[in-house]
Write a protein that binds this ligand. Sequence first.
Ligand SMILES: Cc1ncc(COP(=O)(O)O)c(C=O)c1O
Length: 383
Amino acid sequence: MKTLAQPIYLDHNATTPPLPEVVNAMCETLLTAYGNPSSGHRQGEPARRLLQRARETLQSYLGTPDEQFVFTGSGTEANNIALRSLARHGRCIITSAIEHSSILSSARRLQAEGIPTEVIAATAEGEVDLLALRQQLLAHRHSAVSIQWINNETGVNQPIREIMALAREQGALVHIDAAQAIGKIDTSVEALDPDFLTLTAHKFNGPAGVGVLYARQPELIDPLCVGGGQQNGRHAGTENTAGIVGLQRALELRYSELHKAISHMTALRDTFEQIVLDQCPWVYVNGRRDQRVCNTSNLCFEDIDGQALVGRLDSLGVYCSQSSACTTGRPEPSHVLRAMGLSEAQAYASVRFSFGVTNTRQESELAAATVAAEAEHLKRIFS
Ligand SMILES: Cc1ncc(COP(=O)(O)O)c(C=O)c1O
């Protein structure tokens, strides 16, 4: 096949391009509101106001009962703080085998420090095993649960209400990693009422390097960074005002047209998937199809090397990925797909395509035709 005239970016679960309005708002902030928000003089005032506005925007769109947000340097950092805070309160950490590496690595570190940790299994459809969760909650009187809302690799929407209900029944604290959920589903955080919740701006067309940890009871936070008393002592370090403004603007843009964005991404993903599955009936979808977030398609190209497919697509101008971005480059099969029971070969044969609001229908169709043709070509070579 010929290289595409314009590359097609289908890796929005790894990161999304910041929208021009976001970049403009950030540049404006760097030029005019460069003061330190902690400064007592007048140059600190605009930065303080912008941080406050970002907190108000977060509260109004997420529907949290208050403005208890800690700005962090990433979703990874927010997840680390959440787990550390849960452990600090003498809790056994219960998490699942399909979490993001920032949770699983934090849990492993806490376990090495003597904190009891349980990692529960997932079902073949990519959902957290609720029975296993219940058993662990019953086995550990003082526990805390950390579960993601949407899986970053398969896009499977976890049974978060049931998870919250089970945890609350046993008096457990709950952290939700909502990094892949915010801006892609229409649900109020208030209805769930978690103790902690993580989000990160670069998954909804904001800048990378800006995360948020919502804390229902901020006094539970065990700070990762100590130093100055910024953010009420909960996260020391001068705030990244421009980045936080970028997050605020991205949130505003996404939530002002949330339903439109969701329908757009759903249509692109479904069109893409339909074409690939029609042309390659031997390909199948990983994860429960009717429970997926709008933008993600994780496909198993049985019997072919997914890495080879990703490489060929890259050279033609279709950008997608295997496993999660944080672990690409490491020659290991996806821990998520393995936890769902896929064999090592099936996990290696799987590729994730994730759409964004900036993709078009034409891109979706062209990418699907390219993927199908390349997959058929590789299938002939491998068989
Ligand atoms: C579910 C999930 N949690 C956490 C993160 C980490 O976010 P960040 O890239 O901002 O560190 C990611 C990023 O891929 C993610 O998908």
